[in-house]
Write a protein that binds this ligand. Structure first.
Ligand SMILES: [Mn+2]
Length: 338
């Protein structure tokens, strides 16, 4: 019997064979995995003689400037309207996570391929390849290369390795498996340089990112007898960082939540961010697999992975913080009893 993976890959391959012009996209505020998987997918389509363009709602953080072909990613609506008959939607569990790019796709007219590993994936498109046991979407795109008998050339090896590295938190998270490491070994053999990529991703922070981190870390609150750590980024901090725009500051917050997650005894880390439109973006990290942050975020319309999830809440910030911290403390109490 065929594995789910093989069956899914065959469905994806069938849609690839039936079309010539593709749009590739991913979620708002693209991370290493969404960028790596999109770029490698573009390389795969090019190798198959297809035409493919990538369009995202937001520009990539400068951290990823080193990725081969990063300059080919268009930002909507500044990019030209693409011509395509099939859309490849990567690293996304819900249609809305695409942001404004979703307006380019007509689900009646365009074929849609969805490749994703989020637990909150609802499944959409003609060819759905969802595997919540996969460490990353890049890992899944690697398997598509293998399935099609295409070697991941040096560019794709670097892109896919970066996606796996970042989605496993530098091989520190629970999704770091022998299989994900074996894929990385193959990508290194194919030309990915682990030390150079590690340096680019984790040792290339901007001065602004470190300044933002300092200000946000200074807001640290410890709750539930040391089991919850919370920080926030509010308008006051944004004002102190002027003339940097809110968008610039928000693009420089990566890694902050993982820093507070590293406090001894902390089981849930929470980062509250006041966005330009006034909404409160909330990110969660769990240090134990007894706690499911995807379900927790789902109560407020969000989602993600069991150990890393997020959602948006209505302002004001103080009320959002109180609600979420109270609920997180209750979750920990219930987990303790069960
Ligand atoms: Mn991912």
């Amino acid at each position: 019997m065929k594995s789910d993976r093989t069956a899914s890959l065959e469905r994806v391959a069938a849609v690839l064979a039936a079309h010539r012009d593709f749009l590739i996209t991913s979620h708002v505020n693209p991370d290493g995995d969404s960028l790596g998987s999109q770029l490698a997918f573009q390389g795969l389509l090019t190798a198959l003689g297809k035409r493919a363009g990538i369009i995202n709602q937001n520009a990539a953080a400068s951290t990823y400037d080193f990725l081969p072909d990063i300059g080919t990613i268009g930002v909507w609506p500044h990019a030209a309207r693409p011509e395509f008959t099939a859309a490849v939607v990567l690293d996304i569990g819900e249609w809305e996570r695409m942001g404004a790019v979703s307006g380019l796709i007509d689900r009646q007219r365009h074929a849609v391929i969805n490749i994703d590993h989020h637990e909150s994936n609802v499944g959409f498109g003609q060819a759905v390849y969802v595997d919540t046991n996969s460490c990353s979407t890049s890992f899944m795109v690697y398997h598509l290369y293998r399935h099609l008998g295409l070697p991941a050339a040096a560019a794709a090896a670097t892109q896919l390795y970066t996606g796996i590295l970042t989605d496993t938190g530098g091989f520190r998270f629970g999704n770091t498996s022998s299989e994900s490491l074996a894929v990385c070994a193959d990508l290194v053999a194919g030309g990915a340089d682990p030390a150079a990529i590690m340096h680019q991703v984790y040792y290339a922070k901007t001065a602004l990112a470190v300044r933002v981190m300092g200000m946000v870390l200074a807001t640290l609150e410890i709750h539930a007898h040391g089991r919850i750590a919370a920080v926030h980024l509010d308008r006051e901090i944004l004002a102190r960082l002027a003339p940097h725009t809110a968008a610039e500051v928000c693009a420089n917050t990566e890694g902050i939540i993982d820093y507070i997650r590293s406090i001894h005894g902390v089981e849930i880390a929470i980062f509250f961010r006041e966005e330009e439109d006034g909404q409160i973006k909330v990110s969660f990290r769990a240090n134990s697999d007894r706690i499911n942050m995807n379900h927790f975020a789902g109560r407020h319309g969000g989602g993600g992975h069991p150990q890393a999830a997020g959602t948006h809440l209505a302002p004001p910030l103080a009320a959002a913080k109180q609600t979420i911290i109270h609920e997180a403390a209750r979750l920990l109490e219930q987990t303790c009893k069960s």
